[in-house]
Design a protein around this ligand. Structure first.
Ligand SMILES: Cc1cc2nc3c(=O)[nH]c(=O)nc-3n(C[C@H](O)[C@H](O)[C@H](O)COP(=O)(O)OP(=O)(O)OC[C@H]3O[C@@H](n4cnc5c(N)ncnc54)[C@H](O)[C@@H]3O)c2cc1C
Length: 391
């Protein structure tokens, strides 16, 4: 199946899509299924994607990246997903953490982290969600205070659902400074090494079948050097959204990839499977929903590209709105495509051999994370339409 709306992309993007798709085909769904079954990680695919420059395509060239933007990075994730082997850590490591460090880090932080994030030899997880705050990030209580004697930071708090902490060299933790405990969120971002004393993790048992695990984190007076703080203590939400908008665009790309993968399997099946005189794909009850899924994925793809373009052009405000809408549209299109694909395969839709049923759970992730569809509808109601708030 042709990729989504390539006609609106540059020749370079089309070529990049084709190259990534070729890598994806070399690995495919079977590879990821095996990795998940064995409880390992997609290290070989990660290394190959890194070698080809795909993982750091958005990072600055002077730090080993490709000098592109989120447009290119999201396209890489989408194509790997369409081949059945998405790399979830791309959403957090190069997209959020790489972007935040590239935009707000000190020279020393950039030199220490960006080359490794770009060549895939190092990864960074991202932790904002807290058990008692959930969607309301203004309520996060992970608190940083300064040790006046040394200038170190001491970080205390809890996080939940943080992906990939076990494999990441460090986690970019969103906290708040002590004097900002009340009132609106004044977030600050800290790089916490995986083995920092006082930083503990517990895996959360998920129904999701994925290589990347989710963790509950406890930070118990974790002592961090002064330069663990990324960016300005007072720059607040601006810095945070520099990372969250790419996260939303990447989540949209993740959904587009998975939706395309599921739809392609359903179309293949519907062309072959015949239980009456014609293949089941000749019945409009099968064909039309699949056609509608394709339309929905195309439309969501357009919004995703718009969001990426706005973000790469430096228009953070317009990118924020577009990234939210893209994430909502792509997640919904993906959920519908997976559901329809499973249905198209009948009983085979639920077999391990065809491997589509596990996508029912996986496709729901993007409806919830990193921001739920209700919170996006809230955002559009208030910010775009100017409607009053209920909460
Ligand atoms: C697989 C997975 C991976 C994740 N990885 C990460 C990660 O790496 N890093 C990280 O920081 N977080 C991560 N998360 C967390 C994710 O971002 C949160 O689950 C998400 O932000 C929602 O928070 P919550 O689960 O606390 O839901 P809640 O905030 O409790 O919301 C529950 C329900 O209530 C609805 N709701 C809440 N408030 C309102 C309102 N005002 N109006 C209407 N409806 C509302 C929500 O839409 C949702 O349907 C991950 C989650 C999952 C499932």
């Amino acid at each position: 199946m042709t990729s989504v709306s390539t006609v609106l992309e540059t020749e370079e993007h089309t070529a990049l899509r084709a190259a990534v798709a070729a890598l994806g085909r070399r690995y495919g769904r079977d590879y990821l299924t095996r990795v998940v079954r064995e409880g390992t990680h997609p290290d070989a695919l990660w290394a190959d994607a890194a070698k080809l420059g795909y993982l750091g395509v958005n990072l600055p060239e002077e730090y080993g990246g490709g000098g592109g933007g989120i447009a290119e990075l999201s396209l890489v994730l989408e194509e790997l997903g369409a081949a059945g082997c998405p790399l979830l850590m791309m959403v957090v490591s190069p997209a959020i953490c790489g972007t935040v460090i590239a935009r707000f880090g000190t020279e020393e932080q950039k030199r220490r982290w960006l080359p490794g994030l770009a060549d895939g030899s190092r990864t960074m997880a991202f932790g904002i969600t807290e058990p008692d705050a959930g969607s309301n990030s203004h309520r996060i209580t992970t608190t940083a205070r300064r040790d006046p004697a040394t200038g170190d930071w001491l970080l205390t708090g809890r996080k939940v659902f943080i992906s990939g902490v076990d494999i990441a060299d460090a986690t970019l933790i969103v906290g708040r400074t002590e004097d900002a405990r009340t009132g609106r969120l004044k977030p600050c971002l800290f790089i916490v090494d995986r083995d920092a004393p006082g930083f503990t993790r517990r895996p959360i048992e998920m129904e999701l079948k994925a290589a990347e695990k989710q963790f509950e984190l406890v930070l118990d007076d974790v002592r961090l050097p002064a330069d663990a703080l990324v960016g300005d203590e007072d720059a607040g939400l601006l810095q945070l959204f520099a990372g969250l908008n790419p996260e939303r665009i990447m989540t949209a790309a993740f959904s587009l990839g998975m939706g395309r993968y599921a739809l392609a399997r359903a179309v293949e099946y519907a062309k072959e499977r015949a239980v009456w005189k014609t293949p089941i794909g000749a019945h409009q009850a099968i064909a039309h929903p699949l056609a509608q899924c394709h339309v929905d994925l195309e439309l969501a793809g357009l919004m995703t590209r718009k969001a990426a373009r706005l973000y790469d052009a430096g228009d953070d405000v317009a990118a924020g709105e577009a990234a939210n809408m893209a994430k909502l549209a792509a997640a919904d299109a993906c959920v519908r495509a997976v559901d329809q694909a499973v249905h198209t395969l009948g009983g085979n839709g639920l077999t391990a051999e065809y491997g589509l049923a596990s996508l029912i759970v996986a496709s729901r992730v993007a409806r919830i994370a990193p921001v739920s569809r209700e919170m996006i509808l809230n955002y559009v109601s208030h910010q775009t339409l100017g409607l009053p708030k209920s909460y």
